[in-house]
Design a protein around this ligand. Structure first.
Ligand code: GDP
Ligand code: ADP
Length: 204
């Protein structure tokens, strides 16, 4: 039987660079799959339905909840976001690692359901740099900026709930580091190691 793929959960405050890092990671490492989330948020300029997100109405989203089609879902900044379960399960069964870029509420739900996943939190080099990145992206009104910065401080406090914290200093280095974590986890104690430990003990 084929070994199941690894579920990789990437979280971090708005503007830290999750989207940028995911793009880089997925471009460079073709053995990874990206789970496209569903959201009731309106598309930003340049965002494409079915690429960045599946943009749906609130009623469509609620129907999916009722049909239990989400691995996890949460309300973030007044909109709903969720991970369609079907895609993730089928890729994992094919042995592919799947990257979810989701918020802390969603990450905690996934942790309960899939404890073997790897949970990574992306940190900014500083709060000042985070502020600059959100400004640079230029998608937020001033009041939304403030909301995101306040939320960021609360989210950063949850970093200890994750397996790894990675500081996003340089895009290429950060993506490579995350890939190393994914690869290391694939042969971690939970997988190959346990078998080996059993063999050692059995042979004592
Ligand atoms: N729980 C959950 N959170 C998601 C999902 N997709 C995106 N998010 C999170 O929703 C938050 C807002 O995302 P977005 O509207 O793209 O804004 P941005 O992070 O500021 O670029 C971020 O923390 C995302 O990680 C999802 O499927 N589930
Ligand atoms: N390592 C980095 N160094 C400098 N700027 C970055 C870095 N990573 C991302 N950015 C910039 O920060 C802004 C926010 O990145 P984005 O990927 O949209 O964040 P998120 O998805 O976490 O909200 C973008 O303008 C992006 O180009």
């Amino acid at each position: 039987m084929k070994k199941e793929g690894l579920l990789v959960v990437l979280s971090g405050p708005s503007g830290v660079g999750k989207g940028t890092i995911c793009d880089h990671l997925l471009d460079k490492y073709s053995d990874l799959e990206y789970s496209i989330s569903m959201t009731t948020r309106s598309p930003r300029a340049g965002e494409i339905h079915g690429e960045d997100y599946y943009f749906v109405s609130k009623s469509e989203f609620q129907e999916m909840i009722a049909d239990d089609e989400f691995l996890e879902w949460a309300e973030v900044f007044g909109n709903y976001y969720g991970t369609p379960r079907k895609f993730v399960n089928s890729k994992l069964r094919e042995g592919k690692s799947v990257v979810l870029e989701i918020d802390i509420q969603g990450a905690l739900q996934v942790k309960q359901r899939c404890p073997n996943g790897v949970f990574i939190f992306l940190l900014p080099p500083s709060l000042d740099e985070l502020h600059k990145r959100i400004r640079k992206r230029g998608t937020e009104q001033d009041k939304d900026m403030q909301t995101r910065l306040t939320a960021a401080k609360n989210e950063i406090k949850t970093v200890h709930q994750y397996d790894y914290a990675v500081v996003n200093n340089n895009i290429g280095d950060t993506a490579d580091l995350i890939y190393s974590v994914i690869k290391a986890e694939k042969c971690s104690v939970s997988r190959v190691g346990q078998k080996l430990v059993k063999e050692v003990i059995d042979n004592e």
